[in-house]
Design a protein around this ligand. Sequence first.
Ligand SMILES: [Zn+2]
Length: 290
Amino acid sequence: MAPDGQRDVESHGMPDTSDETVVHVYGAVPPERARAVAGLLAETYERIAPSPRLPLEVRLADTRGRMAELATADKARHGVTTVGDEGFACAHDAFEDRPRITVCLEALENAGGSPLPALRHEVGHACLHGRRAFYEVRMGAKLRRAAASHGLDEAALLQLLFFVSVGVKDWEVSRLLLRHGYLEDVQALAWELLAPSEEDRMAWQISEGVPALRLLRAASQLKPLLHAAPLRALPGGAEVDARAAAMVDYLPAPARGALLGLAWCVADGLGDDTHANIRRASAQLLAAGF
Ligand SMILES: [Zn+2]
């Protein structure tokens, strides 16, 4: 829907959220449903975002089609060319230089299970990555050289950096949520992301013989692995390793071991600086090859 399809929920007797949360609905979203989801996001945001905090914008879309339209319009407006962020029930962005969470209610309801893990995850991004600067891509000469040696052109390197940055940021979010006691939520989303996927298996078959594509496939698997990595140090952490191995069981054993080893090694080197994390993880991936 075009921006003029936007309705401001406050004009519909909404919401019980704080002044710091601005809510917009797109399409046929029942007010009580909008209130529940926005309230949940606002409550978690106020609990974990340090004060003073940026206002949080929440967009609620009724259908997957409407969610896709919003995402396509955002990307076109801001010249984003990377792929891999489609199809999620919730998403975070900072295109307007402040945190914004978009939720697709149709996808959230059809996902089954509690919506809390996915919603809290996006709030984690809002707390940590709510400024445009966190989405700026920095490509140093060293990185370009390393990428070129693997046959990656600039567009492919951009895509690789996108995958790495998504994985790194998910690691940061999981760590933040765990520090605030949301173990069950982090774990539930981790098991969902680590579920084996037929799509991944097929994508691997297509890319297996092409080194640059193999590397991009490896990068794309960092999101589920890095998201789950902070759980490994906690009681029951062995289950992360077991589920991670099951997720990539379509890979030949040496490649499987190399990918998991790389992901855990990347996670061990991550710290508090997002850009430094992305730089370091990209360098590690390119140095390891795949
Ligand atoms: Zn995420």
